[in-house]
Design a binder for this molecule. Structure first.
Ligand code: ADP
Ligand code: AMP
Length: 216
């Protein structure tokens, strides 16, 4: 059966970590708007220039830009048999737009999985996060260190700390989440698609809970 999964949750909750495991399990693409914006910043495109200032400040990239890139991405053939959408939607306007895009594509979401972690734990998760420059794999200096410090286990690439993973920017990102993204919980509850997962457990347990709520 095709799987169309939304991964919701605050910054640092473990969406990217769980998405990587879901890709291995189900062989469907991982679509992260944050990764798409970071790639555009690296390439120095117009999109990257527009996104960078918002990302550095811990604010959201404007809806019309974000909705546009997702609309384009979901039309690619590799999405036909499923996807894992990570970090989108983040506003009610984005959620409404996504409903419209999926309707046009005749896609029914399988589940909106909310990885829930108390905000007290999120700053430590983000500040200790290290990401591979080459393949994007995420590590944590304390909870999930790479075997060799600074070197990715998956591809040997160099790991780095994201500029927006400072304590100060994380505080902004968490308040943006509370104000703009939390209201989406009721959007997906009303649609009968919402499942909350306890994301404060160890990674393998979080994964087991996600696959069981997907019915697999
Ligand atoms: P998100 O994509 O939601 O922002 P990540 O998947 O990048 O979050 O995870 C944020 C940080 O927390 C990373 O450093 C990751 O290694 C770590 N992490 C993810 N899941 C867990 C977990 N269940 N327990 C402890 N640390 C975790
Ligand atoms: P993430 O990698 O999901 O933590 O996202 C990093 C940053 O990219 C966010 O703080 C935003 O500035 C931007 N971003 C990612 N996804 C979205 C989205 N759906 N809407 C607006 N901005 C986004």
């Amino acid at each position: 059966m095709n799987m169309y999964i939304l991964l919701m949750g605050p910054p640092g909750a473990g969406k990217g970590t769980q998405a990587a495991k879901l890709v291995k399990e189900y062989g469907i693409p991982h679509i992260s708007t944050g990764d798409m914006f970071r790639a555009a910043v690296k390439e120095g495109t117009e999109l990257g220039k527009k996104a960078k200032a918002c990302m550095d400040a811990g604010q959201l990239v404007p809806d019309e830009i974000t909705i546009g890139i997702v609309r384009e991405r979901l039309q690619k053939p590799d999405c036909a048999n499923g996807f894992i959408l990570d970090g989108f939607p983040r506003t009610v306007e984005q959620a409404d737009a996504l409903d419209g895009i999926l309707k046009e594509l005749s896609i029914h979401l399988t589940r909106a999985v909310d990885i829930s972690v108390p905000s007290s734990a999120l700053i430590e998760r983000a500040v200790g996060r290290r990401v591979c420059k080459k393949c994007g794999a995420a590590y944590h200096i304390r909870f999930n260190p790479s075997k060799v410090d600074g070197v990715c286990d998956e591809c040997g690439g160099e790991t780095y700390q994201r500029a927006d993973d400072s304590e100060e920017t994380m505080k902004n990102r968490l308040s943006v989440y509370d104000a703009q993204t939390k209201p989406l919980i009721s959007h997906y509850q009303k649609a009968g698609l919402y499942s909350e997962i306890d994301g404060s457990q160890e990674m393998s347990k979080v994964f087991a809970d996600i696959t069981s709520c997907l019915g697999k």
